[in-house]
Design a protein around this ligand. Structure first.
Ligand code: ZN
Length: 317
């Protein structure tokens, strides 16, 4: 309605979309859309790949649907899903970085413009970046290949109205860019929005599945991409080098933090191969017990406003 009104006001030949559907299709063509993936209410699985057509979770037998209603003539069934994960496919988003001749050179900044004086001012100066480059020479050969960090944290979209509701966006940060650009919000890549009245906890891995699949593909094979700054096509690859988070997000992404304070000196860092060997026989079972909706140790947080001050209090404290 508003778009139609604005379209009438603007001069003839305006590129403003005529209505919401035209605007939505335009965004879809740019690769800015997202995919809805249904999830089990207890966070056991995602209904994708071989489980895409299933109506019941094969692990906890919980229905995929919150409600099912038949139309009056009985021909159509209207279903409301329990939980839905929004996945923003990352491959097209990576390709878009190279579509502008002004932005594309930024991906090579760490190789061409960085002042190599031994000072630590960007992740490219850190040992983990150098270790990665020396381990994967074919990846490091093309400086346009994207080095990323993954970040996640929970927040309540309803502010203080429902402070127990927690939604978890998963964001990728491109570290190829110079320091004054890589941490700008406009350069962040939103990859997942994990919905839940509860935090995903250790079941975060279930929701990371579509992102991990695409990132493995991007690291192994890559994708043919047009570089506007050099007017050529190349095979773009990408890898996640590190994560940015603090507890509890740190624990969810790494499944390492259990809340215990440790005061010993830091252990000797293990290599990726050593970690893989140590965790090879660990069996992980995802999903929450359907009989207990809230974990016993999770105390609901209530927020109240008093005398203009916002106070946070835990029930039972
Ligand atoms: Zn389940």
């Amino acid at each position: 309605m508003l778009l139609e009104l604005l379209h009438d006001v603007l001069p003839e030949g305006s590129s403003l979309p005529k209505n919401f559907n035209v605007a939505k299709n335009m965004v879809k063509c740019l690769g800015l859309g997202y995919i809805n993936i249904h999830a089990c209410d207890n966070d056991c699985i995602l209904f994708r790949k071989e489980r895409e057509k299933k109506n019941v979770c094969p692990k906890c037998n919980t229905s995929r649907w919150k409600s099912e209603k038949k139309s009056p003539n009985g021909k159509r069934v209207h279903r409301v899903r329990m939980k839905v994960l929004r996945y923003f496919p990352v491959k097209k988003r990576f390709q878009r970085y190279f579509m502008s001749s002004k932005i594309a050179p930024d991906a090579r900044w760490h190789d061409e413009e960085l002042i190599k004086d031994g000072l630590l001012r960007h992740p490219v100066d850190a040992p983990f970046w150098k270790d990665f480059d020396s381990s994967y020479l074919d990846f490091a050969f093309d400086s346009r290949n994207l080095r990323l960090a993954v970040a996640s944290d929970g927040f309540s979209p309803f502010r203080t109205f429902n402070s127990t509701y927690s939604i978890w966006p998963v964001i990728l940060v491109p570290y190829n860019l110079p320091p004054w650009k890589c941490m700008k919000q406009t350069n962040f890549i939103l990859s997942l929005v994990i919905p839940s009245p509860r935090a995903p906890g250790a079941d975060m891995d279930v929701y990371l599945e579509p992102l991990v699949d695409d990132m493995v593909d991007m690291f192994v094979k890559g994708i043919r991409t047009y570089d506007a700054s050099k007017d050529e096509c190349f095979q773009l690859r990408a890898a996640i080098l590190c994560s940015i988070s603090y507890p509890p997000g740190l624990g969810y992404l790494h499944e390492l933090f259990d809340g215990t304070e440790e005061h010993r000196s830091a252990p000797v860092p293990l290599t990726g191969e050593e970690i893989l060997e140590l965790t090879a026989n660990i069996h992980t079972s995802f999903g929450k017990d359907p009989t207990t909706k809230k974990p016993a140790n999770q105390i609901p947080i209530t927020c109240c406003k008093k005398n203009g001050l916002q106070l946070k209090d835990r029930k039972g404290d």
